[in-house]
Design a protein around this ligand. Sequence first.
Ligand code: N01
Length: 548
Amino acid sequence: MTGRSREVDVVIVGAGFAGLYAHHRLRALGLTLQGYESAADVGGTWWWNRYPGARCDVESMDYCYSFSPELEQEWRWSERYATQPEILRYVNHVADRFDLRRDIQFETRVTATTWDEQAQRWNVLTDRGDRISTQFCVMAVGCLSAPKQPEIAGMETFDGQILYTNQWPHEGVDLGGLRVGVVGTGSSGIQSIPLIAEQAAHVTVFQRTPNFTMPAKNAPLDPEAIRDRKSHYRDHRQAMRESRAGVVVPVPEQSALQVDSKAREAKFEAAWESGTLYGMVAAFNDLLVDRDANDTAAEFVRARIRKIVDDPDVAERLSPRNHPLGTKRPCLDSDYYATFNRANVTLVDVSSTPITGLTQRGIRTAADEYDLDVIVFATGFDAMTGSLLRANIVGAHGIALRDKWAAGPRTYLGIATAGFPNLFMVTGPGSPSVLVNMLVAIEQHVDWIADCIGYVCEQGSPSIDATLDAENAWVDHVNEVAGRTLFPSAASWYMGANVPGKPRVFMPYIGGLPQYTRVCESVAADDYRGFTLGPRLHPRGQSSAVRV
Ligand code: N01
């Protein structure tokens, strides 16, 4: 039913991995829930991103929920890196198994979220006319779900078909015999280009920034390896939680500059062959903090590109030189560099000759015009803040989140932001989020949020809000830790640099998952240090949410 007015304890925005787990966890507290999801079904990013080649770059057996030992035993992944359809099947299985669709209204976007000071509650409006009053809001909106516009002139003039990797048609697209242009060489472009090249008559890749990508070495999962993992899954999950990036990677102890070139080469070689996202950056302990050390890794990858790509000019154009390895999100690929050896693939460097616009027939650059039947934009997202800001959140004293964050996001622990009581962000800016295995980050956040809501209810208080002092100290810490690394030197989406006009602030927390989790746990153990409870509106125990 849409267009209704009612009251609940918690509104959960989003039905991807984060939103679904929030439903599971908060329902167990006996709270009344209302979920909203703009897509037609569950899955979040995996519902939208259906482009050819879309698959995860964290290993399947790590990129899944750990909250249910039964679930992890019964589900069987088929490949080392699962495809988007398989991940979506998994999400649907979880939704069915735990009856998680019950409180979710699909094809409904939250259009306004306003704090009512008097009632100490949020009023939520949707594009289908729903008006709902809720004590708590959990924003499970994803870090990479607000598509970024390509900012290219003349989009409406093109006579052919325009496709976006992040809104790929569900029925699929037959690119056979067509001239296809692909704009963008981040993870989405790098995954899709090899498959598009297998179908299309010709593919022209418009590359502004070459990216570092490593071979995924994807393969079917060995039944013996699955059995082995399942026999000690619980221990493995614990090891994941205790690891810096939420995946078990040996902790490097040596500097890249303290070993001879032969030993260094051997380490990089092993990392390259491991087919893991974190292998290269974790080969030595100083690759993300020392430019000279990083250069050794970057040069190893460039040498690999020269080895794979036949044409030395194309190899050079594919070679990243304007940012240290790992400071823009690295990619895992299947045959990306080798794809440029195909006769039907052309690489166009649009940093030296920028795209000036779309024309009726294709894409015009400062140097040439390319006739195309289809243009695929793999141009990315307004990362980390875009999906939160489009919910038009207005907090205490009528202050809009958009205004509060005009100079960049400010949060306490990446979970809360002062002046927006009872509003929780799952993997918000200022938390490890996109730098770690998202599934581990999501479960840690949702568990913390559920405990916090339980605490507020127990206290009989209508609200909880981060203090400005705690938030300022956390933001300083996030910046200070980032400042010790090479990350701020890259024009990355981590920095907001991919969206014109967006403030340049390093958004995720880079201190590592274990350190971050310890801080969250100590905050909770210390009666939610850095938060204040709102004055009781009713006698103790009578807040509108069900007591736990
Ligand atoms: O987006 P991106 P994405 N003219 O921002 C280019 C996750 N993910 O969708 O670098 C020309 O990385 C832009 O160029 P530049 C993962 O975290 C995961 O690929 O700004 N080019 C860049 O090359 C990933 O990092 C998976 O100079 C333009 C590209 O478009 C994140 O999502 C799979 C342009 C955008 O790359 C985002 O990845 C997919 C313009 N006007 C995504 N505007 C896996 O799990 C933008 N570009 C494997």
